[in-house]
Design a protein around this ligand. Sequence first.
Ligand SMILES: *Cc1c(COP(=O)(O)O)cnc(C)c1O
Length: 395
Amino acid sequence: MNNKVEKIPLTEEAKNSILYVSDKPDIIMEKGKGMYLWDTTGKKYLDFIAGWAVNSLGHCPEVIIKALEYQSKTLINSSPAFYNKPMINFSKLLINNSCFDRVFFSTSGAEANESAIKLAKKYGTKYLNGAFEIITTTNSFHGRTLATMAATGKPNWKNLYKPYYPGFSHVAFNDIKAIKNKINKNTCAIMLEPIQGEGGINLGNLEYFKEIRKLCTDNGILLILDEIQTGIGRTGKLFAYNHFDIEPDIMTIAKGIGGGFPLSAMLTKNKLNIFNKGDQGGTYTGQPLAMSVGYAVLNRVIEEKLWLNAEIQGKYIIENLNKLKDNGKIKSVRGMGLLIGIVLNKENGDQIVNSCLKNGLIVNSPKSNMLRLMPSLTVEKNHINNMIDIIKEII
Ligand SMILES: *Cc1c(COP(=O)(O)O)cnc(C)c1O
C-alpha cells in the first residue's frame, strides 16, 4: 500500500463543479485521526469543531472502523421492511439509557425533527381536536427541510422559499411568560433546544425548563426537545434534559450519535406510539451500517462515561478562556460541557476563524462577534492548551 499523501490541486474547474451554497477555504481535507485533520498538502489542523459537534469520538476512531468493517461484510442493507440485528441492539441501548420507550431512526437531524413535528401533529389530530401549531423560539435552529426551516427562529428565513410552511410561532427563549401567552387551543407542542447552538450558545435555564414541563403537562401538549447538538454527552450529561431533571415527551438526536456517519433518531414514549401504518417511514430507517455505527458510538460513550470528560475539559476551557477575559482580550465566555461560545470584543469572528485556520486550528463563528468550540468528547488538556495558545496569539 502507498501511504504517501497524494497532492491534489484544487482547480477552478473542480471548485466550479460544486453548487455554491457557502464560502469555503481553498483546502481539500484528506484524512483525520483523533483531534486532527490533514489536508492534501500535508498540513495538520487541530480540530475544535469536530464535523460540527459530530465526531464525538474524534476522527476515524477504531470502534467505528470495526463496526463498519464487520457490518459491511455481514449485511449492508436489508430494507425498511425487516428488523435487523444492529437495529435491535441499538434501539435497546438507547431505550435503556434514556427515559424513552420507542425509537424511529433516520439519517439527518432535520429528518428526525420532521418526525417529531409529524408525531406532534398526529397527537393534535387524535387528542386535541386537530390542534397543529408548534411553539418554538427566536434564534432557534431546527434544520433545513421546509418545515424545520419554518420551525427555526431566523427571521430572514421567512422570505426564503415562499410560501412559508405554516403552523409555527416563535417566542423569546428563556421567557416563560411569552410561551404562556402564546399557548392557545391550536397548540399541540412546544419545541426547544436545551442550548441554542447555532443561535450563539444561549443556555436554557433550569427553572425555565422545569416550568415548561409543567406547562405542557397542565395543557396536555407535548414537549419536544431538539438535542441534535446537545445530546450524546456533549453538555456533561448523556442528554441535556438530565440537567433539568425533567422528561420530554419527544427527543431528537443526530450529530454526535453517528460520530461522523449520517444518523439521527426520534425517541418517544409508549403513549405516543400512535402512527398508523404508512404515516411515517423512509428507505433508510434502521439502515444496518448506520445502526451498527450508532451502537458502537453510544456504547463507547457509555462505557467510558465520556460526558464526564466533556464536563471536566469544558470547565478547563472556560477557566482558561476567563483568563483571556481578565486580560481584556475577549468579552466573555459561556457554555456547558464541550459546547462553548467566546464573545469577542469586535465583530471579527470570520477573520479570526481564517487566521486560526492559517495557524492550524479549526474553530467556528456562528455569529460575527462569536467563536464556537465543539471538539470531540475525547479532547485532552494538551489539545486545549494548544488551542488557547493559538487563539491568544491571534486575538
Ligand atoms: C444541526 C442541527 C439540526 C439539523 O441537523 P442536520 O443533520 O443538519 O439536518 C437541527 N437542530 C439542531 C439543534 C442542530 O444543531
